[in-house]
Design a binder for this molecule. Structure first.
Ligand SMILES: NC(=O)c1ccc[n+]([C@@H]2O[C@H](COP(=O)([O-])OP(=O)(O)OC[C@H]3O[C@@H](n4cnc5c(N)ncnc54)[C@H](O)[C@@H]3O)[C@@H](O)[C@H]2O)c1
Length: 404
C-alpha cells in the first residue's frame, strides 16, 4: 500500500477484522495489526482465519483494492482502534494487559489531532488509564489527542450486517473526543450514535451482558425450583409470560460464550460489595451446569440399579448456544467434561452437529447417538434435535427445552 493509512486497527480477530474490512470498504486505507503472524499472512492473502458470513468477500475485496493491509507492527495514521482481547487473569479478574501493550505500541507514533479509540470490552476506567499511560510517555500531547471508548455489540454470525446497522454508544474522555469519535463512526455506521462519556460507555457494555446474565439466572433458578416442585418449567414460563408485563427468558444448562459469561465479572471484580445480584447471577448460572452434570450422574446410577447394566449415554450438543459452532466458555462442554470425568465403563456418544471434529471429544452423528443411547441428554437446543423422535423406553434429560 503506497497510500498513508487513515486507520490503524490493532487486533484482527472476530471484531477487529470485520471492522477493518468495513472501514476499508468505505475507501479508507486501513493498516491492520496483529501479533499473530499467521493472521497477518492470511489477511494479506485476502483470506480470513475466522468463520463469519460475508467476511471472506469483504476482506478479499479490501485487500485486492489495496485498502487493507496487515502487519505485525503499527504505522503512523490519524485514527487508532484497539480491538484486542480482554480475558481474565487469576480469579475472574479482568486482564487489560493486551490493551496496554497495544497502546504502548502506538504511543511513539501519536501526533497532535490523532483519534484513539478502544473497542475491547473493558473494566470501568480503562480508557482514562490508557490516557494517563499515553500522556505519561508523551506529555507534550496532553489535551491534543482525541480519546474515546466505543463498545462493540454485534452478534457472531451476523457481524457484517450488525456492524453497520446496530446503534453505537460512544464515550470520550471529554466532549471534543466524543464528537470526534462520533464523526469517525458516522462514516460507515447507519445505526444511531449515542454520545456519552468514556466511563458510562465502558459500563454500558458490561451492563448489557450482565442484564442478560441476571435474567437467565432467574429462569435457571426457576428451573431448579420447578424440578423439586415437580412442575414443568417450560410450561410455567410460557404461562407466566401471558402476563402483559412479564417476559421471563428460557432456562438452559448454564450460560456460556465469551461475553455474557465473562463481562459481569468485570463489574464484580471492581465493585464486589455493590454487585450482589450480578455476582449471584454468575453463581446461579455456573451452578446450573454443575447441577446438570449431577443429574446425569444420578440418571446413570438409577439406570444401572434398575437394569443391572451400564447405560449408553448420548450428550447432545457442545456449543454455548443453539445452531453455532462456538464452544468458548460453553456450559455444555463443561458438563460433557464433568460427566466423562465420572465415567465408569459406560458408553458415551458426544454430539455436536455444527463441528466436524474435536481434539478431545470423539463426535457421533446426532441421529445415531439418539438411537443407540439409553439415556439421551439434551444440552443445547440445536435445530437438528427438534425433529428427533425419542422412544418412551429411553431416559430423557432435556436441560434446554428442545423437546418442549
Ligand atoms: N467476538 C465478539 O462477538 C465480541 C463482541 C463484543 C465485544 N467483543 C470484545 O472485543 C474484543 C476483541 O474480541 P475478539 O473476539 O475480536 O477477539 P479475538 O481473540 O478474536 O481477536 C483478537 C486479536 O487480537 C490479537 N492481539 C492480541 N494482542 C495484540 C496486540 N498487542 N497487538 C496486536 N494484536 C493483538 C490476537 O492475536 C487476535 O487475533 C474483546 O475485548 C471482546 O470482549 C467481542
Amino acid at each position: 500500500m503506497d497510500t498513508k493509512p487513515g486507520v490503524v486497527m490493532i487486533g484482527l480477530g472476530y471484531i477487529g477484522l470485520p471492522t477493518a474490512a468495513l472501514i476499508a470498504q468505505n475507501k479508507t486505507y486501513v493498516h491492520g495489526v496483529d501479533i499473530n503472524p499467521k493472521v497477518v499472512e492470511t489477511v494479506n492473502n485476502g483470506k480470513i482465519h475466522i468463520i463469519e458470513p460475508e467476511l471472506d468477500q469483504a476482506v478479499e475485496n479490501a485487500v485486492k483494492g489495496g485498502y487493507l493491509k496487515a502487519s505485525v507492527t503499527p504505522v503512523e495514521a490519524d485514527t487508532y482502534l484497539i480491538v484486542v482481547p480482554t480475558p481474565f487473569k487469576g480469579k475472574n479478574e479482568p486482564d487489560i494487559s493486551f490493551v496496554e501493550s497495544a497502546t504502548k505500541g502506538i504511543i511513539p507514533l501519536l501526533k497532535e489531532g490523532d483519534l484513539y479509540i478502544i473497542e475491547s470490552t473493558s473494566p470501568i476506567g480503562t480508557t482514562e488509564k490508557m490516557l494517563n499511560l499515553i500522556y505519561g510517555e508523551r506529555p507534550e500531547l496532553k489535551d491534543k489527542l482525541y480519546v474515546a471508548y466505543c463498545p462493540e455489540r454485534v452478534l457472531p454470525g451476523n457481524v457484517m450486517y450488525e456492524l453497520v446497522h446496530n446503534d453505537r454508544v460512544i464515550g470520550g474522555v471529554d466532549q471534543k473526543s466524543t464528537d470526534k469519535a462520533a464523526d469517525f463512526y458516522r462514516q460507515f455506521i447507519k445505526g444511531d450514535l449515542h454520545k456519552t462519556n468514556a466511563r458510562t460507555a465502558e459500563m454500558c457494555k458490561l451492563v448489557e451482558n450482565s442484564s442478560r446474565d441476571v435474567q437467565i439466572a432467574f429462569a435457571n433458578e426457576l428451573s431448579l425450583i420447578c424440578d423439586k416442585a415437580d412442575i414443568n418449567v417450560w410450561e410455567l414460563i410460557q404461562l407466566a409470560n401471558k402476563h402483559p408485563r412479564v417476559n421471563i427468558l428460557q432456562p438452559g444448562c448454564g450460560v456460556g460464550g465469551h461475553c455474557i459469561a465473562v463481562d459481569p465479572y468485570f463489574i464484580v471484580a471492581d465493585y464486589p460489595m455493590e454487585s450482589q445480584i450480578i455476582g449471584k447471577a454468575r453463581e446461579i448460572n455456573n451452578y446450573k451446569s454443575f447441577w446438570c452434570a449431577e443429574k446425569v450422574k444420578n440418571a446413570k446410577l438409577e439406570f444401572e440399579l434398575k437394569n443391572g447394566k451400564k447405560p449408553r449415554i448420548a450428550l447432545m450438543g457442545l456449543a454455548f448456544k443453539p445452531n453455532i459452532d462456538d464452544l468458548r466458555e460453553s456450559p455444555a462442554k463443561y458438563i460433557a467434561q464433568k460427566v466423562l470425568q465420572n465415567a465408569n465403563n459406560e458408553e458415551y456418544y458426544i454430539v455436536e452437529p455444527n463441528i466436524e471434529s474435536h481434539n478431545i471429544f470423539k463426535l457421533t452423528d446426532y441421529a445415531e447417538a439418539a438411537e443407540k443411547a439409553d439415556i439421551v441428554v439434551f444440552l443445547v437446543a440445536h435445530d437438528e434435535f427438534k425433529g428427533l423422535n425419542i422412544p418412551e423406553n429411553k431416559v430423557v434429560l432435556d436441560f434446554c427445552g428442545v423437546l418442549n
